[in-house]
Every structure is written in C-alpha cells, then in structure tokens.
Design a protein around this ligand. Structure first.
Ligand code: DLZ
Length: 153
C-alpha cells in the first residue's frame, strides 16, 4: 500500500484477525478481479481463506457489512461494481451504498474497506479490477486500507 503515513503491512501476520469480505454479484468478470485482489492481499497477511459472503447487488452490501461488524469481525471489506446506465438508478445505488458503508464504519467503529467501483462503463471498471490487463487493483487496495486502518485504532 502506498501513501504517506500508511502503516507498513509488509511482514504483517494478521492470521488472528477476523476479517470478512462481502461481495456483490453484478458484473462477474470485474467482481472476480476485485475478489482475487482482496483475497490475495489478505493471503499475504496470513489470512489464507477469508470468509466471503455474497450478496445480490451493491445496494445490499451495507446491511450485511453491518451484521458482520456486529458479530465481531475486526474489519470488513466490501466489494461491488456499479456501472452507469441510461437511468438515474446508478446515482441512487452508488450513493446509498457509499453512504451505507460509511455509516456502518462510523456506527460500529469497525473499519470497512471501500471496494465499490462506480464507473461510467465496463472498461473503466475492468481497468480498476486487478485483472492481468488492469492498471489498478481496487480489491487489493480496499483490503489493505481496512487492515491498515485497523492497525491505527
Ligand atoms: C438494479 C441494479 C442495477 C441496475 N445495477 C447494478 C449494478 O451496476 N451493480 C450492482 O452491484 N447492483 C446493481 N443493481 C442491483 C442493486 O444493487 C440491488 O441488488 C437491487 O436493486 C435489489 O435490491
């Protein structure tokens, strides 16, 4: 993870941490990349097989993230992809999911990795999905951010 002041995660043994991933089920190829990025980052921290909970769509991420936080997870990584369509639905789902995840983090004090892609088209999402041709890996970033935040609390 880069960024001034971010905790150094190299060599971290997080195997005792209870960390779950909650992942939406729209846009399969992008989701596969986000999930691979997050689980690979967690694997490097000693969490070999993190719990992964699938939900129908991004709108459902906050309620499940909140339940996982309430059940004692140390951190939750939320992954989803919303792609702009021809109706205002994109704005509603993106805003509700973002606000909801933020509220979960603030209300529970449990770090929530924010791995929600909100993109104009599928190519933008693929570019950020951590796939072989992608330039960014937002699933990995979300996992690293959640754990880094946890280490600061
Ligand atoms: C309905 C919908 C639409 C149009 N687009 C997306 C999307 O791009 N990404 C996503 O994760 N979910 C989408 N959904 C589903 C909603 O998030 C939600 O699952 C449904 O409205 C049912 O509550």
């Amino acid at each position: 993870m880069s960024g001034a002041g971010a905790p150094d995660l190299s060599g971290l043994d997080a195997s005792r941490l209870r960390i779950s991933v909650v992942a939406a089920s729209w846009h399969d190829q992008v989701m596969d990349g986000l999930l691979a990025g997050a689980t690979s980052a967690l694997g490097e921290m000693g969490i070999a097989e993190p719990e992964v909970v699938r939900v129908p769509g991004s709108f459902e991420l906050p309620v499940v993230a909140r339940q996982l936080a309430r059940l004692g997870r140390d951190a939750v990584i939320a992954l989803g992809v919303v792609i702009r369509g021809g109706t205002p639905h994109f704005e509603y789902v993106s805003a509700a999911t973002t606000d909801g995840l933020s509220r979960v983090a603030l209300d529970t004090g449990v770090p929530i990795g924010f791995g929600l892609l909100t993109c104009d088209d599928e190519q933008q999402a693929l570019d950020r999905a951590g796939l072989p041709d992608s330039s960014e890996d937002k699933g990995r970033e979300a996992a690293e951010a959640a754990v880094a935040t946890l280490l600061t609390l």
